[in-house]
Design a protein around this ligand. Structure first.
Ligand code: TXA
Ligand code: MG
Length: 348
């Protein structure tokens, strides 16, 4: 199957171009579309067969549920049991990159929620996603539009390259504004728990929801066998080429060593200015939002370039810091002994 590729302006979508994709969604089709975080691969959440196709297309483990995208509170009520006390809090973040886990209504296909009693719901702010949901008239179950284990897709070209032969429509609207997935919180527990750090910061959430319990899963550590959020136990967000996590000082030394000229250095603008080997600039150290916007794009760039692998440094801090830290941990592999002895030798 060859997907129909539809170009659409992100801010002011040409609604007429979304009519066919929306019809396809409503009648069992699979549509890739831009959200404000990353691109999603969507199907009608009520249609178990169509949702099943998403799992097969991505190679996604059947026990990892999808996020259901809705136009707002009213549509959310058609897919879950939403306690009234959450509504004034939710509307402070919706539409936007916040996903909440709540009790599912039986109408959501068992495939979409991977057989769980709960469902993950969010109302995206992307004007294209909103128009698509409105036109199709159905809630759209959509995980990130990458093949399973690969980095999420944050630009249209990568969507066409990776999924062009696998879905019905791909709506292309340039680079994703946030670049990292939505934050996932669990509203079925007291206190509210953070299941996945993401594009809505913990600090902003705590102002509205009170103290939030940050699970190890959300920090990217402690991969227990029965994690709170099924997705966390799988390998994630990884480039195909090896990517190694090193310190800022180490990058500056190996980034100027000829033995590492066939590696790509994913680093801040400030570090890139100090090294000679090839680098991909993630943005300024003082702008974590900018780094988030470029992170997955850089992972994909690493796979496109003719290099042996890559090096990256940690980014952490408030706001986007927690999500960045989690994604970088998950995408990187331990430095092999041969490389670490070279690094050590350089630091002596
Ligand atoms: O920004 C985003 O959230 C993007 C865009 C497309 O909206 N979507 C996305 O979906 O990142 P995905 O499938 O890559 O991640 C969904 C996460 C997974 O970690 C999954 O395990 C978790 O949400 N999840 C879904 N339903 C859940 C549930 N009922 N309980 C706990 N975790 C759930
Ligand atoms: Mg994903």
């Amino acid at each position: 199957m060859k997907a129909v590729v539809v170009e659409c302006d992100y801010q002011n979508p040409q609604v007429e171009r979304l009519i066919e994709p929306a019809k396809s969604l409503a009648s069992g089709g699979i549509v890739v579309f831009p959200t404000e975080t990353v691109y999603g691969i969507g199907a009608n959440a009520f249609d178990g067969e169509a949702c099943g196709r998403i799992f097969r297309t991505k190679g996604r483990p059947a026990d990892n549920p999808l996020i259901v995208h809705v136009s707002g509170i009213d549509m959310a009520r058609s897919v879950c049991d939403l306690d009234d006390r959450w509504v004034p809090k939710l509307v402070k973040f919706w539409p936007g990159p916040l996903t909440v886990v709540v009790k599912s209504s039986p109408s959501v296909s068992a495939e979409a929620r991977a057989g769980l009693e709960t469902v993950a719901v969010r109302s995206p702010s992307s004007p294209v996603a909103r128009a698509l949901i409105d036109l199709s008239g159905v809630p759209v179950a959509a995980p990130s539009a990458n093949l399973s284990t690969r980095p999420s897709i944050t630009d249209g070209d990568s969507a066409v390259r990776e999924l062009g032969d696998l879905v019905d429509f791909i709506i292309v609207s340039g680079r994703s504004p946030f670049g990292i997935e939505s934050t996932v919180i669990d509203l079925t527990s007291t206190p509210v728990r953070l299941l996945r750090a993401g594009s809505t910061s913990l600090e902003e959430l705590e102002k509205v929801f009170g103290k939030i319990e940050v699970t190890d899963t959300a920090k990217g550590i402690g991969e227990d066998a029965r994690p709170l959020t099924p997705g966390s136990k799988y390998r994630h967000y990884s480039p195909v080429r090896p990517l190694y996590l090193v310190s800022r000082n180490q990058v500056i030394s190996i980034g100027n060593d000829d033995r590492f000229s066939n590696y790509l250095f994913l680093c801040s603008d400030e570090v890139a200015a100090k090294i000679r080997n090839q680098s991909f600039r993630l943005g300024s150290e003082t702008d974590l939002d900018g780094v988030a916007r470029n992170l997955y794009y850089a992972f994909r760039e690493l796979d496109q370039r003719n290099v042996r692998g890559g090096f990256i440094t940690m980014f952490s801090g408030k706001g986007m810091g927690l999500a960045l830290e989690n994604r970088i941990r998950k995408a990187t592999s331990p430095v092999p002994p041969a490389i670490s002895s070279m690094i050590e030798e350089l630091s002596n």
